[in-house]
Design a protein around this ligand. Structure first.
Ligand SMILES: Nc1ncnc2c1ncn2[C@@H]1O[C@H](COP(=O)(O)OP(=O)(O)OP(=O)(O)O)[C@@H](O)[C@H]1O
Length: 263
């Protein structure tokens, strides 16, 4: 069986700078896979290549064996890929419920005329969207916030809503861009529980870019460490954290150490 996602010798340059350098790795169905590395390592660029913001100059990216580069980025939801963003991207003036319903947009099969007529088909479709969204609201304990506007919500809650919006599309591959950034230690622990449940209860494959090594080692099956666009190490969290090349790249750095020192 093909891996869910495959990077095969992928290169991307910005002018003279090689941001991703002949990078190969696979993400298997059902795993939580993390990409780590110091600033500028190429993690976001790898992520943005999957999101189809860029075309690789060399190499192949495949989703379940299908050449992803043949698809524009607006096809991704239909292919079962959803993502969150480092800087949360929600509609601030809309409620939590409305934001999650927007996440269901790809399932709309009606056209404007049938919607105006509000046919039984449209009504039934609307019911299904609501049902899927209510499931996500229950799953992420967002019940107290469902009618609240995003603008008034604390950062940590908005981060969970964004996760919910991605989940509402029922993806098979969920891309999380720094899910712990800006979260407190307690909120990060909650995020780790969500990620584990997303994998175990929903069976969704998770690929994340993350700096917080506590989160990475508590939830990831495998970790890819990058530096200067290329692979430093790939393996279990323990294998990667004790790899000499990784220790060297991280020497004297680390958000986790900073956070622990601050506590
Ligand atoms: N759009 C762009 N144009 C030019 N250079 C870019 C662009 N995006 C990224 N780069 C450069 O490519 C390299 C890799 O950047 P990237 O953002 O992928 O790193 P990263 O590992 O995600 O870093 P961080 O942890 O700081 O987010 C960096 O040198 C960066 O300056």
């Amino acid at each position: 069986m093909s891996p869910l996602l495959e990077f095969d010798n992928v290169t991307l340059s910005f002018g003279g700078l090689v941001a991703v350098d002949r990078l190969s790795f696979t993400v298997e169905n059902g795993e939580v896979f993390a990409i780590v590395g110091p600033n500028g390592a190429g993690k976001s660029t790898a992520f943005n290549l999957i999101s189809r913001f860029y075309d690789p100059v060399e190499g192949k990216i495949r989703l379940a064996g299908d050449d992803l580069v043949q698809h524009p980025s607006h096809d991704l939801a239909g292919l079962g890929v959803a993502r969150t963003f480092q800087n949360i991207e929600l509609f601030d003036q809309a409620t939590v419920l409305e934001n999650l319903l927007i996440g269901r947009h790809r399932f709309r099969k009606s056209n404007l005329l049938t919607e105006i007529a509000f046919t039984p088909f449209v009504r039934d479709q609307e019911r299904q969207h609501r049902h899927a969204v209510e499931e996500v609201i229950d799953f992420l304990d967002l019940q107290p916030y469902r009618e609240k506007r995003i603008a008034g919500l604390p950062y940590g809650v908005r981060k969970v809503v964004e996760l919910g919006r991605a989940l509402a599309t029922k993806p098979r591959l969920l891309l999380l861009d720094e899910p712990a950034s800006g979260l407190s230690v307690e909120e990060t622990r909650d995020m780790a529980y969500w990620i584990e449940d997303i994998k175990k209860q929903m069976g969704i494959t998770v690929l994340m870019v993350e700096h917080d090594m506590h989160l990475v080692s508590s939830v990831s099956d495998r970790v890819l460490a990058m530096a200067d666009g290329h692979k430093l190490a790939l393996g279990t969290p323990d294998e990667v954290q004790s790899h000499p090349a990784v220790l060297e790249a991280y020497l004297g750095a680390g958000d986790t150490a900073d956070r622990e020192a601050a506590e």
